[in-house]
Design a protein around this ligand. Structure first.
Ligand code: FAD
Length: 360
């Protein structure tokens, strides 16, 4: 039985595990490792420390389905809609720019519910707080080492983290990436931004006429959303939550600063913009060092990207094969584009590439 390790419990890794389970029914032993404490990656959902029912999505906000992908990934979208994991976005989003024929879907239970769904369908052995540091070739198998614990051996390894984190891995992997691949991997760049999540007491009223709003005239803030309102879940028992995304230039300028200091600056800007906003009971600040890659066509479609400062892997192949016997692949949004359909495209390509080894 082939032992497959997927590094990264984000959307690409979890969907890859789900699709591999379907393809290789019973013949594969799947493991998913992530350095974080939970599932989601950039599709994570954070909980209020004093009320786990009050949640906020600090990364991805909604799933934009373009007319091309409405056909191409119909099965994926339909399955998530049928299970109630995705629902149409009905709330008011000020300043949103949509391409003809596109529509948005939201996740009533938080965006990480998509990733959790795929992980649970995959039957994989999912381990958190496993920070992969080294990959070595030993007797025709991959020996994978983490920051703590003993190394383990796998027949196939799939890396789904942002490309700069792949390039940080040590061991034989460094020698296996050929010069051309390394040059291309080094061209992949990501925008950086901060996100703040504000959690409120149950019953707090946030008096604004929108559920989300794009801001173009503030040097710090690019997007604000009353997260529960956007997801269409308003309840008197659960406090509302609010998410703020900074602009990319602000994110880049403050990237190496202490998170507490940056949080303070963002809150000051928020107070100026919304002076009547009630005081939150807690605030979470998230630094997205590797936020999104952008392709030139996407620039005009996705409202959360303002500048073309970042780039995906040349020609967006979905995955690249670093080694084939045994297989060592890398994928993720860096090899396509940064959204649900980009990750889906990547996961599908990874599974197609592994199809030959799944037959044996
Ligand atoms: P990731 O989610 O980054 O998953 C990679 C995982 O690998 C992470 O969980 C990480 O912890 C783990 N990892 C990294 N290094 C190691 C290591 N050495 N060992 C073990 N584990 C490791 N998309 C949309 O569709 N709609 C949106 O509205 C939207 N808005 C966004 C807003 C923001 C602020 C951000 C940051 C992203 C947004 N995106 C949006 C993009 C979307 O979130 C990403 O494209 C997608 O989540 C990427 O998934 P992934 O699985 O490829 O990578």
């Amino acid at each position: 039985m082939s032992r497959i390790l997927i590094v990264g419990a984000g959307l690409t890794g979890s969907l890859c595990a789900h699709l591999l389970r379907r393809e290789g029914a019973g013949r594969l032993q799947l493991a998913v490792w992530d350095k974080a404490q939970g599932a989601g990656g950039r599709m994570s959902t954070s909980r209020c420390p004093s009320d786990p029912k009050c949640t906020v999505d600090l990364g991805a906000q909604y799933i934009t389905v373009t007319s091309d992908y409405a056909q191409k990934h119909k099965l994926f979208h339909d399955e998530l809609v049928a299970k109630g994991i995705l629902k149409p976005l009905n709330a008011v989003v000020e300043g949103i720019v949509m391409k003809d024929g596109s529509y948005n879907l939201v996740t009533p239970h938080g965006v990480s519910s998509i990733v959790k769904h795929y992980l649970s369908q995959s039957g994989a052995d999912v381990c958190y707080e496993r920070h992969v540091t080294q990959i070595n070739l030993r007797d025709g198998k991959w020996e994978v080492s983490c920051k703590s614990g003993s190394p383990e051996t796998f027949d196939v390894v799939v890396l789904t983290m942002p490309v700069p984190q792949i390039l940080q891995l040590e061991g034989d992997i460094g020698k296996l990436i050929n010069e051309n691949q390394r040059r291309q991997l080094e061209t992949v760049s990501y925008s950086s931004r901060y996100a703040l999540g504000l959690f409120y007491e149950a019953g707090t009223q946030i008096d604004v006429p929108w559920a989300a709003k794009y801001i173009t005239d503030n040097p710090c803030i690019r997007f604000i959303s009353i997260d529960n309102k956007k997801r269409n879940v308003e309840s008197s028992d659960i406090g509302p939550s609010l998410v703020v995304h900074t602009s990319v230039p602000f994110g880049v300028e403050h990237l190496e600063q202490e998170k507490d200091e940056v949080q303070h600056v963002i809150l000051k800007h928020l107070e100026t913009m919304l002076p009547n906003l009630p005081k939150p009971k807690s605030v979470k600040c998230q630094k997205w060092r590797y936020s999104q890659v952008v392709t030139s066509t996407q620039l005009f479609l996705q409202p959360w990207t303002l500048l073309r400062v970042t780039e995906a892997f040349p020609d967006c192949p979905g995955q690249i094969t670093l080694h084939s016997e045994p297989f060592l692949l890398c994928g993720g949004d860096g090899f396509t584009h940064s959204n649900f359909d980009g990750c889906t495209e990547s996961a599908v390509r990874i599974v197609e590439t592994l199809a030959s080894c799944l037959k044996n």
